[in-house]
Design a protein around this ligand. Structure first.
Ligand code: F6R
Length: 242
């Protein structure tokens, strides 16, 4: 493992969630009003629940500015499948956050929305930590496997493997949105620290390929090998191939 990558292997999902929350909360206590990046998906749900417990125990998250990685497009914010809805329920309200940002899935022009989001990120000030999950295909945000890394926020078709993976969360696979707005690789790499959470045997191969394989846009998370400060919190099953 490269020296810039610190690995915590935890017994199971619950322990991973707790460890991730401890690391994140410690960063927020040190820099309460800086900018932080959030991810959605199944992986960080447990960590977000742990953060709510830390808030109840006295950690103040309310000063942070937050940026989410991505949003489906098109989707209404009040659609229960939107990432805005996910965040409001699991993070924004439970942690008392008000300075929150997500790409707008209702924007009339998706390309212009990406440009606007990119500008907001550029003016965010100190960007302390980006939380990430990893797709089964190695995507980070919705930067899907491709033949080049895309730096800027962009409007993307979702890979068939992502549509298949996310179908579990919808009543019917045909309901999975086919497009999304995502930050680009540059914004992720600009965070001072990356906190990557990974859980389950199904992610073991892609985690090993990302951290120990070639750096290639066909495995977007492999770019993290070039980031100066990555903390990976994985459960045993996900870390099995490292
Ligand atoms: C979500 C995101 C995605 C997920 C990835 C893993 O905002 O950016 O890259 O982190 O698809 O999703 P889960 O955690 O559901 O396996």
């Amino acid at each position: 493992m490269l020296r810039n990558i610190k690995l915590h292997v935890e017994a199971d999902y619950a322990a991973m969630s707790k460890k991730g929350a401890e690391i994140f909360a410690e960063a927020v206590r040190a820099k309460p009003s800086a900018a932080y990046g959030f991810a959605t998906g199944s992986t960080p749900e447990g960590m977000y629940a742990e953060l709510a417990k830390l808030r109840a125990a006295g950690t103040d998250f309310s000063q942070m500015t937050t940026f989410n990685l991505d949003e489906y497009y098109p989707i209404k914010a009040d659609d229960p499948q939107s990432y805005y809805f996910y965040m409001k329920q699991r993070v924004f309200d439970p942690l008392g956050l008000t300075k929150t940002n997500l790409p707008n899935g209702e924007a009339p022009d998706p390309e212009a929305e990406c440009e606007a989001y990119e500008n907001k990120l550029a003016n965010a000030g100190e960007f302390v930590m980006q939380i990430l999950g990893i797709g089964n295909n190695g995507h980070i945000g919705f930067n899907e496997p491709a033949d080049r890394f895309v730096c800027r926020a962009n409007y993307v078709p979702l890979a068939p493997s992502t549509i298949e993976a996310n179908a579990r969360l919808f009543d019917n696979p045909s309901q999975v949105p086919r497009h999304a707005l995502t930050v680009g690789i540059h914004s992720i790499m600009m965070a001072k620290r990356i906190l990557l959470l990974v859980s389950g045997a199904g992610k073991a191969d892609i985690l090993a390929a990302s951290l120990q394989g070639d750096i290639t846009p066909s495995v977007p998370a492999s770019i993290l090998q070039l980031h100066p400060c990555v903390t990976v919190v994985a459960d045993k099953a996900a870390a099995a191939k490292l």
